[in-house]
Design a protein around this ligand. Structure first.
Ligand code: ATP
Ligand code: MG
Length: 326
């Protein structure tokens, strides 16, 4: 319990639109422990990025957190002022996005950006901060870091640039890193290297990681636990061995039908017939019911809440002993 870094409880995120209030995240709960990587998977639009944005306090209007709690080391962070949240983001939560240029300013040398982050969060001198930045660049596998530290982002390849972003994310020694599709834009050949690196560095430092990805190969390689999201809810969450190798939820079973390895990432999720409902047309009961091979009456009427099943939690009436009757 004391090892819990991030705790999300009953999170609800809505978007106010002309067509009314759309609920994008509806009752999502999960924890991430120190040094643990939680993989978050699910089809496009399932709510993976919105959940990550809620944690880092970057949901833009017309979106807002409409319910639930987000705690970092026990302390509420979902209700902080923008100024306080900015500080939490810089110091305690690091971010890695699909496009490295979201994190890197093209107008500044990479070293300046890392040094600035280090100096904002520590009392190191300029010289010591530069030495620390070179150490970080060495750690993330940038060749000739004493020279490359003075390069601009565009002078790095995509894979090297994402390594710089990892160095930047780690520079403030955050407790938590939110990584949203960190390798999707990279060549397949370097994806595995970048994931392996992220995993090793976070293990060593005890950093908790929320790793959002479409790539089951990345999940199988890097995640300790996995959350499968569907239509703004967690369908199943548990240890990677259980959720990937022996999933319970019919949606998770469909997703895990064909697990590509890291060297074969061309194959993506989405082998399940049909499509996830739009936010304007989420069916009553279980949102997966129109596509579910195991659907029965109760699924069309009553929304399943996550229940413990083996080592996982599953939101599916199939696993509720009360079955059809309830
Ligand atoms: N600014 C916005 N206004 C209205 N709806 C939004 C907005 N941003 C996201 N949404 C909706 O919230 C839902 C969840 O989106 P989200 O980006 O979290 O999906 P995702 O799981 O990250 O998908 P992908 O795999 O494509 O990145 C989607 O239905 C999306 O259309
Ligand atoms: Mg996304």
């Amino acid at each position: 319990m004391s090892d819990t870094v991030l705790s999300v409880r009953d999170l609800r995120v809505v978007f106010e639109t002309r067509r009314g209030t759309l609920t994008a995240i509806d009752g999502v709960s999960f924890d991430i422990a120190r040094g643990e990587i939680l993989g978050v998977v699910g089809e496009s639009g399932a709510g993976k990025s919105v959940t990550g944005s809620a944690v880092i306090g970057l949901i833009d209007p017309p979106g807002r957190i409409a319910g639930g709690e987000i705690r970092l080391r026990g302390e509420r962070i979902d209700n902080l002022t923008p100024e306080k949240m900015r500080r939490v983001r810089g110091r305690r939560i690091g971010m890695i996005f699909q496009d490295p240029l979201t994190s890197l300013d093209p107008l500044y040398r990479v070293g300046e950006q890392i040094v600035e982050t280090i100096r904002t969060h520590t009392d190191l001198s300029a010289k010591a901060a530069r030495a620390r930045a070179i150490d970080l660049l060495t750690e993330v596998g940038i060749p000739a870091p004493e020279r490359r530290i003075d390069g601009y982002p565009h002078e790095f390849s995509g894979g090297m640039r994402q390594r710089v972003v990892i160095a930047l994310a780690l520079a403030a020694e955050p407790e938590l890193i939110i990584a949203d599709e960190p390798t999707t834009a990279l060549d397949v050949s370097v994806q595995a290297q970048v994931i392996t690196l992220l995993k090793r560095l976070c293990r060593e430092r005890g950093t908790a990681v929320m790793l959002v990805t479409h790539d089951m190969g990345v999940i199988a390689e890097a995640a300790d636990r996995v959350a499968v999201m569907y239509s703004g809810r967690v369908a199943e969450i548990g240890p990677v061995e259980s959720v990937v190798r022996a999933p319970h939820h019919p949606y998770a079973r469909g997703l895990m039908g064909a697990i590509p390895t890291l060297s074969d990432t061309a194959e993506r999720l989405t082998q399940i017939p049909g499509a996830m409902p739009r936010l304007t047309a989420i069916p009553p009961g279980c949102a997966f019911n129109p596509r579910c091979p195991n659907v029965f009456g109760r699924c069309r009427a009553e929304r399943p809440e996550p229940l413990p099943v083996d080592r996982t939690r599953v939101a599916c009436h199939l696993y509720d002993e009360r079955g059809e009757a309830a």
